[in-house]
Write a protein that binds this ligand. Structure first.
Ligand SMILES: [Zn+2]
Length: 224
C-alpha cells in the first residue's frame, strides 16, 4: 500500500482543516517513514524476492517496531501528544493519531500475513500471530482499492482548500501526478536491487512530506 496512505493524508484535511498537508502525510505514512531507518540500523528485516512469483517482491520478515499493532498505537499516541504539545489543538491531535493507526489498518487489508500484533519484547508471551488479508495477491483489485482511496482523498482536499496562487495549483497537481508515477513504477518496475537501495528510496519519501508542506503553504481553506 502506497497511494492509499497518501489518499488518507489528503482526505484527512477535511477532518482537520487547520493541519498542514505535510503533517497529515507525516502521520498517515509515519510507520513507513520509520521503517527505512530501522532497516538501515538492522532493527528490522526485509527479503527481496527475485523469483518473480510474488507481488510485491518483498517479504516483510521482521518489522515489529514499525508495523506491529501495539507499536503503531504507541506511535499514534506519541504523534498526537507531540502535535498537541506544539499546536494545542485537540481535534488536530486526534485526527493525526487516527491517521497513524489508519496506516496499519490499510496495510492489514493488502499485506500477506506478516503484520504482528506486538513486538517480541514482552516476556512470557509467545511470538505474535501474523495478520494480513492478502489483497496483494489480486493486484488489479489492490490497484483499484489504492486508486479509489487516493482519488477520494484528493477530491476531499480539493473541496476543503483552494489555491491562493499558481504555485498552490501546480505544486498540488504535480504532486498528484508524481505519486501516481511512483506507484506505477513500483508496480510494474523491477524489484529493488538490494535492501539498502530499497531503504534509501524509502527515505526519499521525506521529500513527499516536504512537498505536502509546500503545497499547503500556497492554499487556504475554501471557506475563506
Ligand atoms: Zn506500511
Amino acid at each position: 500500500m502506497f497511494l492509499g496512505h497518501f489518499g488518507i493524508g489528503f482526505g484527512a484535511k477535511a477532518a482537520a482543516p487547520k493541519v498542514s498537508l505535510g503533517t497529515l502525510f507525516l502521520a498517515a505514512q509515519f510507520i513507513d517513514l520509520l521503517w527505512p531507518t530501522l532497516l538501515l540500523l538492522g532493527f528490522e528485516r526485509v527479503n527481496i524476492r527475485t523469483d518473480g512469483k510474488q507481488y510485491p517482491p518483498l517479504d516483510f520478515v521482521y518489522y515489529p517496531y514499525s508495523h506491529s499493532l501495539l507499536a503503531v498505537i504507541i506511535w499514534a499516541v506519541l504523534f498526537a501528544a507531540a502535535y498537541y504539545a506544539i499546536r494545542r489543538s485537540r481535534a488536530g491531535a486526534v485526527v493525526l493519531g487516527l491517521a497513524v493507526i489508519s496506516h496499519w489498518l490499510l496495510d492489514l487489508i493488502v499485506h500477506y500475513p506478516d503484520l504482528p500484533l506486538y513486538p517480541p519484547v514482552l516476556p512470557n508471551i509467545g511470538a505474535s500471530p501474523l495478520l494480513g488479508f492478502a489483497v496483494w495477491s489480486s493486484p488489479v483489485i489492490e490497484m483499484a482499492l489504492e486508486l479509489s482511496i487516493f482519488a477520494l482523498g484528493v477530491w476531499l482536499y480539493l473541496r476543503t482548500t483552494r489555491a491562493v496562487n499558481a504555485t498552490g495549483k501546480w505544486a498540488l497537481w504535480s504532486l498528484v501526478v508524481f505519486l501516481l508515477a511512483i506507484h506505477i513504477g513500483n508496480t510494474f518496475g523491477p524489484p529493488p536491487p538490494n535492501f539498502t537501495a530499497l531503504a534509501w528510496v524509502g527515505q526519499a519519501q521525506w521529500l513527499l512530506v516536504a512537498w505536502g508542506y509546500w503545497v499547503d503553504k500556497h492554499r487556504v481553506l475554501a471557506t475563506y
